[in-house]
Design a binder for this molecule. Structure first.
Ligand SMILES: CCCCCCCC/C=C\CCCCCCCC(=O)SCCNC(=O)CCNC(=O)[C@H](O)C(C)(C)COP(=O)(O)OP(=O)(O)OC[C@H]1O[C@@H](n2cnc3c(N)ncnc32)[C@H](O)[C@@H]1OP(=O)(O)O
Length: 176
């Protein structure tokens, strides 16, 4: 992370600590409640510049016998960490995601995820994610990611007609 960082300012309209964060797209694999095969993560604003979520580890998420698949864990981190830019304003997309798998994460447990903004420089937002199984002093995974702010309308303009919700988006309802 660079040494010279911008000041972080909470967006006046973002969720307050304890309040739900609005999904960025109802069919998002991570947080969309209408995603047919998604993680259906419900996220809440935490203290400071953080977002928290809980994810029950279900059988369909299995990778090694009885434990979570690494890609599912990475997806969960991507989405929870990807929600943090909303605390300060514009939408941002992942350009870099690094995951440390520290301990096995068994099926049947509930994964507690917390993501926070470490710093911002220009369009780049540096974030960290931590996951535990109920005891915050024993993390089972950690992630670091860089998100870059975008003009969402322009960024998705070329692809939006492939969306499961293309009609709504094209009708000018970017209400997500
Ligand atoms: C009409 C429709 C309306 C719809 C409205 C819907 C609203 C929805 C809202 C919000 C959605 C949020 C969704 C979150 C979902 C969870 C997160 C994901 O899974 S996202 C999916 C995976 N990610 C991507 O698909 C990005 C693919 N990448 C790109 O498209 C480009 O790289 C982009 C646009 C992000 C940046 O490209 P450039 O050309 O604009 O800018 P450059 O100069 O390349 O990068 C900007 C800065 O970032 C650094 N950078 C870029 N990549 C880097 C990297 N890999 N590592 C480190 N730094 C990197 C660069 O060095 C540069 O830094 P320096 O400003 O010069 O200091």
């Amino acid at each position: 992370m660079p040494e010279e960082l911008d000041e972080l300012v909470r967006h006046p309209k973002t969720s307050r600590p304890g309040e739900p964060m609005r999904p960025h797209n109802m069919v998002c694999f991570g947080c969309g409640e209408q995603s047919p095969r998604g993680l259906h993560l419900e996220m809440f604003a935490g203290e400071g510049f953080s977002v928290v979520a809980e994810m029950p580890v279900e059988h369909w998420m299995e990778g090694g016998p009885g434990v979570i698949h690494g890609g599912i864990l990475s997806s969960a981190f991507d989405d929870v960490m990807g929600m943090t830019p909303r605390l300060i304003g514009p939408a941002a997309v992942t350009v870099h995601l690094q995951v440390d798998f520290m301990r096995p994460i068994p099926v049947g447990e509930t994964l507690h995820l917390r993501a926070e903004i470490l710093g911002k420089q220009g369009r780049k937002i540096y974030t960290e994610g931590v996951a535990h199984l109920g005891d915050p002093t024993t993390p089972v995974a950690r992630a670091h990611g860089i998100f870059v702010t975008i003009d969402a309308r322009k960024h998705f303009a070329e692809h939006v007609e492939r969306s499961a919700r293309a009609d709504e988006f094209k009708a000018g309802k970017p209400q997500v």
